[in-house]
Design a protein around this ligand. Structure first.
Ligand code: 475
Length: 816
């Protein structure tokens, strides 16, 4: 809402509306539970946002302007109610209204289940970007999938990860979503391609043998302090209605695959892989379903607004969030060629100026490829189009590098060494007018290591847009005390203009401000400690350093390096009479992909180590280890404001950007990190004195590998490290069951330590010692923490979006 509308907001009418919604849910105010009231609150608020959503959609100025369509298989939005109240500017008045009904707003907000429609960084980035698009009123539609089950819920059984389904909408439905059955489309799969003759021309026409309906649900993305509301449009797979039964009986639906993959399964569940490509048929079906429905909807909007087909790139740009929606490129070509009957050159001129692609990872196991035979079976017409794109492209390559077979081989969309595979990233680069990495270092590596030939062929196409985070959710909402403190000093504009935080730097040496700042941190630590006490029954000392590593579990992120440090602290506390350390609580939170055995072993090891240390009376409250189960956005909102130390310790060159690093720095945590991803840029902003950098950099990693890396050497030469590793093999952490933690030992000792944990261990310990020393000087620490908050304004996702707008999308803001 605009500030003017907020002023006119009618509190008593809203209370009546809430009670009406409660009644519709079948409850009476006298007996309703908290959850019923939360649903009533959500529905009453959604009335307003749905109205603004429809109004924004019908805004003529927006229809005549250029829009971005953000295509992503994942949107990790987190709870909407609290965040939308902030954007609507209604947080305080609704807290009052709810209070007058005898309820507490924060209690009601706690009732909401997170929509966890994403795995990690890539999905959360999409959510931050939607928030920033709406905040700055750049016309946008987010397109995703309406998974019935989001990312699995995690629990521990004697330390081992257990997965349970995440029925985020059950049983009453999600109050913020609106179904849009009028926008339903039919999506085909399998079948064959026919040649049709018309007026002396031949055309190709795909005849699918399986059809599934795509019905959209819209979630409102509410602009901060405006009445702009953009849709996050999520497609749900549904069986064709019984009206199509005649076709069914005529035998069109007898494809062999139909039995195992019926329509109801298509959007059942989010694939739980992060930075990993599993290559399952159902996943490719999800991708095509998502792309085809989204492209269809984009074309519908474009044509309904009265624009010519050929003008598509002037009105619509399609951002591909990694390669997962790449099939949208051949799908748009198919529609233009076969349905609208454009010539190839005409169609390609449109498609190749419409798409842009963001790369989120260099890890080879995450780069998507699909078997050519699977693709040809599932999407026969698309495979033909991909061949034609590739054929024409390889002619360009031949022109540029005549006779260079190696270049043809690495650049081709088809990998023909072994089983023939379609390389989605190559298709993306060829079909896009812009490609970007997500942090300066990452974009350099995309050019140098991943796509050097493409960079030579298309100079300037590969760019950088450094990631960002929304300051509304990741400071204003999750850390109200710090937000108020900041607003007292520099006014209230910062949530929309985060660069203004720089003004906070002038208070970094102010003793009173330091005290207040640290008192806020302490309250946030207490809030987390209370959560830990009531949920895990571990008592924490809030004077301790809260040392935090929260992110997906992956070898390259090196949670096991952190674990080795924890073990070495434990052993020193026990074995060195003169060893002194500032008290520490080391927090972990992480989900492991269900099929990723080593990641699960690392979780198990952390839990076992935690159990031993936390129950060892000799340690007292000097050291505690807490693994918070079921990490999710709403948990991050409690942990991040409480962090003193932010662990960003990936092997250099592996973490494309990281965004948790930005969230914790913004909330006054100091980073201990490698020269990787956006850590490099965080260091540039906050300065060397206010960050703890350690370990090999990208060049150091390369050199070490060239010399020939032997983890054994570090093991033999560093007694602390050796003792920590050896403890994984005996009974220290698994009484009566030696060897249970061997997989972690083996991953670094016998599998060659692929992510160089042992090579970086000594310098990591050195950096932690520096932290220990600095934390003891509270005034110095406060200064560093304040400067982190003050100097990370660059990492607002508003700035990221402006970079996309100015350097790639070319959009104009439409103020409503
Ligand atoms: C990077 N997910 C972070 C973040 O840019 C970066 C891959 C394959 C299948 C399913 N999910 C994925 C990712 O690759 C991913 O999340 N990448 C992350 O993107 C946003 O900050 O460094 O690891």
């Amino acid at each position: 809402m605009t500030p003017k509308q907020q002023h006119a907001f009618d509190k008593s009418a809203f209370k009546i509306s809430m009670v009406q919604h409660l009644t519709q849910l079948g409850h009476a105010p006298e007996t309703a539970q908290q959850r019923d009231w939360y649903l009533a609150l959500g529905r009453a608020l959604a009335e307003h946002t749905t109205g603004d959503l429809v109004a924004t959609e019908n805004d003529q100025a927006i229809k005549q302007a250029k829009s971005v369509n953000y295509l992503s298989l994942e949107f990790l939005i987190g709870r909407l109610t609290g965040n939308n109240l902030i954007s609507m500017g209604l947080y305080d008045v609704i807290a009052e209204a709810v209070g007058e009904l005898g309820l507490g707003l924060t209690d009601l907000l706690e009732q909401e289940r997170d929509p966890s429609l994403g795995n990690g960084g890539l999905g959360r980035l999409a959510a931050c970007f939607m928030d920033s698009l709406a905040a700055q009123q750049y016309p946008a539609v987010g397109y995703g999938l309406h998974y019935e089950y989001g990312l699995f819920r995690q629990s521990f059984d004697q330390g081992a990860q257990q997965e349970a389904p995440d029925a985020w909408r059950e049983p009453e439905g999600y109050p913020w979503e609106v179904v849009r059955p009028d926008l339903t489309q039919t999506i085909g799969f399998y079948g064959h391609v026919e040649v049709v003759e018309e007026a002396g021309h031949t055309y190709r026409q795909w005849v699918p043998s399986l059809k599934i309906q795509a019905m959209p649900w819209d979630l409102p993305i509410v602009g901060y302090q405006s009445n702009t509301v953009y849709p996050l449009r999520l497609w749900e797979g549904r069986a064709l209605t019984p009206f199509a039964l005649d076709a069914f009986n005529a035998g069109e639906y007898t494809h062999a695959q139909q039995a195992d993959i019926d329509a109801g399964n298509l959007t059942k569940v989010l694939y739980p892989n992060d930075n990993h490509d599993a290559g399952k048929t159902l996943r490719l079906m999800q991708q095509y379903f998502h792309s085809a429905a989204s492209v269809g909807d984009i074309l519908r909007r474009h044509l309904e607004a009265g624009h010519a087909l050929a003008a598509l790139p002037e009105y619509e740009t399609i951002q591909l969030n990694d390669t997962h929606p790449t099939i949208a490129i051949p799908e748009l070509m198919r529609v233009l060629l076969d349905d609208y009957r454009l010539g190839w050159d005409e169609a390609w001129a449109i498609a190749s100026r419409t798409f842009a692609y963001t790369n989120h990872t260099l890890l080879p196991e995450a780069l998507e490829t699909w078997s050519e035979s699977l693709m040809a079976e599932l999407l026969p017409r698309h495979m033909e189009i991909i061949f034609e794109i590739n054929h024409r492209f390889l002619q360009d390559v031949e022109q540029k590098w005549p006779g260079d077979v190696r270049k043809q081989q690495v650049l081709s969309v088809i990998d023909d060494q072994g089983e023939r595979m379609v390389r989605m990233a190559n298709l993306c680069v060829i079909g896009s007018y812009a490609v970007n990495g997500v942090a300066a270092l990452h974009s350099q590596l995309v050019k140098r290591d991943l796509f050097p030939e493409f960079d030579a062929l298309y100079p300037g196409r590969i760019q950088n847009v450094t990631n960002g985070i929304t300051p509304r959710r990741w400071l204003k909402f999750c850390n109200p005390d710090l937000s108020n403190l900041i607003s007292e000093k520099i006014g209230e504009q910062w949530p929309a203009q985060l660069e203004q935080l720089e003004q906070v730097a002038q208070y970094a040496d102010d003793a009173d401000f330091q005290k207040t700042f640290m008192a806020v941190k302490k309250r946030n630590k207490q809030r987390l400690a209370d959560w830990v006490k009531s949920n895990l029954d571990i008592t924490l000392n809030t004077d301790a350093i809260f040392d935090v590593q929260i992110k997906r579990l992956h070898e390259y992120k090196r949670q096991h390096l952190n674990l080795l440090h924890v073990i070495s602290l434990y052993q020193r506390l026990l074995n060195e009479p003169n060893f002194d350390m500032a008290p520490r609580v080391v927090f972990f939170a992480a989900k492991a992909a269900p099929g990723y055995e080593l990641a699960k072993s690392i979780i198990f090891a952390i839990n076992k180590v935690a159990e031993t240390i936390n129950n060892d009376p000799r340690v007292g409250d000097k050291l505690k280890v807490v693994f918070i189960p079921d990490y999710r956005v709403s948990m991050a909102e409690i942990i991040i404001p409480a962090a003193d130390v932010s662990e960003q310790i990936s092997m250099a060159g592996k973490e494309a950007s990281g965004t948790g690093n930005m969230k914790m720095a913004l909330n006054g945590a100091l980073t201990i990190g490698t020269m990787d991803g956006a850590n490099v840029e965080i260091r540039e902003e906050v300065g060397d004195d206010n960050i703890y950098i350690f370990g090999l950099d990208v060049d150091g990693v390369t050199e070490l590998r060239q010399k020939g890396y032997q983890p054994e050497t570090a093991y033999q030469n560093q007694p602390l490290l050796k003792a920590a590793l050896d403890s994984l093999l005996d009974e220290t952490f698994t009484p009566g069951q030696p060897g249970l933690l061997r997989p972690v030992f083996d991953s670094v000792m016998t599998s060659g330590d692929p992510y160089l944990c042992l090579a970086d261990f000594a310098d990591y310990v050195r950096a932690h010692n520096d932290i220990d020393r600095d934390y003891r000087d509270m005034s110095q620490w406060a200064r560093k923490a304040i400067l982190n908050t003050a100097l990370v304004g660059k990492f607002s996702s508003d700035r990221s979006i402006r970079d996309y707008v100015n350097n790639i999308w070319q959009l104009k803001a439409i103020k409503r």
